[in-house]
Design a protein around this ligand. Structure first.
Ligand code: ATP
Ligand code: MG
Length: 428
């Protein structure tokens, strides 16, 4: 394999696919802003320990998936596999608990996991995520879920399923953990190797296992809702009430335990049946102890992340129109015209208009072909005759209508803006 290919599991996002990505980012940003979330830019590299301590040493991410290397100073560094750990580190390091609460942030960017590449699963993939700090209230969970729901609705991605669960807290989880261990211990011989280890290190994750032989063994496993303490139970009930009040459709799934260690109470996943084995498009949960574990004051928090590749794949059947299609293509015929159209293009671009100035040596026929390929709305032809009159001849490519437009007058930018605004209607 050539060294000049992308790495396995890594891809370029080129036009026109990138339009879908831009649409997802733009939509998510708009929704984040109306919910009061501000952007935060977190680093791509962190000390390895940050992820080991937060995500948990017995998780797939830490055990098998991290891109970890030693830097020239002998430090163990990891390319971030997810965003929450960095946001929490940033929150603590920058004393953000002093900001007015709740403190709400969103981020977007590439994550890295050494996984087996397949449809919807990459080694470099992009996430957009959000974290809200300093509210224990189920209202905060409901708002976050409604926000996720609204992003997906605005992107017109249908047939998604939001599943929620509560995995309890320090009070009730240990009892549930014990019940799980005693249930699965009896079946230990039939568990896969990973699950045998999980039985000791992280029994909740037994519920997450997708290995064929393990799935039927879960059939009669004890379920967390039967073990929740009163506090977790009422948190969950209130969340359901508020979701209904926000018109968010959801299903309860007591098996949503999530693969990361830091979650408490609410966990959730948004899934689709349209991406084969990769079902999850967004996921998250509450993590009320993590800020304190990172050395900050005890601070409740909740977050989610969604996978851009999977959203983009769901949207690819209905790609957004290229709103950046070219408004004006200048077709200069000769060097004098080239100088004038280039100088005018700069003025128009400064006025916010998208312009492609052609080459003065190109023949008219080739100009027209090029403009067509670039999907230009108008071609403005400037030959010697036009130069003498101080006018260009515009031609609308959709219907061939033509007219004249002054090339050098005080209103030149406004006139061109007006012209460009009429790609289909009559030009006045
Ligand atoms: P999965 O069960 O598919 O492995 P996950 O539980 O590991 O997902 P999270 O850590 O919750 O995923 O990340 C949130 C979202 O990021 C996922 O719902 C998914 O959309 C996306 N995602 C996670 N891993 C990948 C990957 N390797 N390639 C593409 N997208 C991913
Ligand atoms: Mg995973």
């Amino acid at each position: 394999m050539s060294r000049f290919n992308t790495l396995k599991g890594v891809q370029d996002i080129c036009p026109p696919d990138v339009l879908i990505w831009q649409e997802i980012e733009r939509t998510a940003r708009e929704v984040f802003h109306v919910y009061g979330f501000g952007e935060i830019k977190i680093p791509i590299i962190e000390y390895t320990d940050l992820f080991v301590r937060s995500i948990g040493g017995d998780t797939d991410i830490v055990e098998k998936e991290m891109y970890t290397f030693t830097d020239r100073g002998g430090r163990s560094i990891t390319l971030r596999p997810e965003g929450t750990a960095s946001v929490v580190r940033c929150y603590v390091e920058n004393h953000m608990h002093n900001l007015p609460s709740p403190q709400k942030f969103y981020y977007s960017g590439p994550m890295f996991r050494y996984e087996r590449p397949q449809k919807g699963r990459f080694r470099q993939f992009y996430q957009i995520g959000a974290e809200a700090f300093a509210s224990e209230s189920p209202r905060c969970d409901a708002e976050m879920l409604s926000m996720v729901n609204n992003i997906l609705l605005r992107l017109s991605i249908g047939n998604l399923r939001l599943e929620i669960n509560s995995i309890g807290c320090k009070v009730c989880r240990p009892r549930y953990r014990e019940a799980l261990v005693s249930y699965f211990s009896e079946k230990e011989d039939n568990l896969c190797t990973d699950c045998k280890t999980r039985l000791r290190s992280n029994p909740l994750r037994l519920l997450d296992c997708k290995i064929e032989t393990c799935v039927p063994l879960k059939a009669d496993a004890p379920l967390i809702p039967d073990y929740l303490c009163d506090g977790c139970k009422s948190h969950h009930e209130r969340l359901k009430e508020l979701l209904a009040a926000c018109n968010v459709n959801f299903y309860e799934n007591p098996l949503i335990v999530r693969g990361l260690d830091y979650y408490t109470k609410t966990t959730f996943e948004v899934t689709t049946e349209h991406l084969g084995a990769q079902k999850a498009v967004a996921a998250g949960g509450r993590y009320d102890y993590l800020v304190k574990e990172f050395g900050g004051p005890a601070t409740a928090a909740i977050g989610f992340a969604m996978g851009m590749e999977r959203l983009a794949a769901l949207m690819s059947e209905n790609p957004p129109k290229d709103s950046a299609a070219l408004p004006i293509y200048f077709a200069p015929l000769g060097q004098r015209a080239e100088t004038i159209t280039l100088s005018l293009s700069e003025k128009l671009r400064a006025g916010g208009l998208g312009v492609e100035p052609g080459d003065g040596a190109t023949l008219l026929k080739s100009h027209m072909k090029k403009a067509d390929k670039l999907n230009a709305a108008f071609v403005v032809i400037v030959g010697d005759e036009e130069l003498d009159k101080g006018y260009g001849t515009w031609r609308r490519l959709s219907d061939g209508t033509q007219g004249e437009i002054a090339l050098d007058c005080p209103d030149v930018v406004d006139n061109f803006l007006r012209l460009a605004r009429c790609p289909e209607e009559p030009v006045r």
